[in-house]
Design a protein around this ligand. Sequence first.
Ligand code: SAM
Length: 256
Amino acid sequence: MKTKKREDRSASLAESQPAVPVRRILAQDLFDGVAPSYDTWAQVLTFFQYLRWRRFLVSRMALRPGNLVLDVCTGTAGVALEIADHHDGRIVGLDVSHSMLQAGLRAIEKRSLDGRIQLTQGRAEHLPFPDETFDTVVFTYLLRYVQDPDATIRELSRVLKPGGELLSLEFGIPETLWVRALWLIYNRVVMPVMTIPVSRGWHRIGCFLGPSISDFCQRYPVDRIAAIWRENGIPLVEARRLLRGAAIVMWGTKGR
Ligand SMILES: C[S@@+](CC[C@H](N)C(=O)[O-])C[C@H]1O[C@@H](n2cnc3c(N)ncnc32)[C@H](O)[C@@H]1O
């Protein structure tokens, strides 16, 4: 059974390999330039919802003492730190951006949590861990940056133990028409303009975010993502839309 899983994984990675580096460079490029001010501006640009969404995500985790958690796209380690505040397990944070990880490391050391949180540079599409290593795998704002979301979810599920929990937080598009209209104005006009005086890096993110979210959500609505989770061993997937759908938290348990 395990051999079959491994064969499937190599096949999907081989298929997606030519385009993956392009997306990786885009993500690294975007985030390397904003790492020192990331936490502040992520909060401001989401009307101070960023921490609230993260807290809701972590509140969905059913962690037991001593559990090992993988935080994919850890960035400045905000999710890892939030988990460490509520659970006593160990956490591994993984991200492609060296600068984001450096900022994360400083935050971890400041809170003397370096004994419990370890950071590593790597790609979600090809995780440097054996099968069934983690009790919980969480990923945040990842799927828009990968070339093949199906293969990436397969890879995330691969490192999760049977009975372990997979959780995610991604941006979404509000469903109610008038809220969606406001969301569009904010993402397409307000955010690109208001990030101009902040920095060149934030202006790039301000221009990139809206079209990137719209494009991804059209191709991968929540039902399609949930179907991919089910195909990859998470039989029951729950989802909660936050701020009228501007963010979506999903969670489910891997079958035994
Ligand atoms: C929007 S930030 C989110 C950071 C953090 N999760 C948080 O909630 O504050 C997205 C992060 O995903 C990382 N990232 C993008 N594509 C990735 C990939 N393929 N593998 C690993 N990390 C990736 C970026 O470097 C960036 O740090």
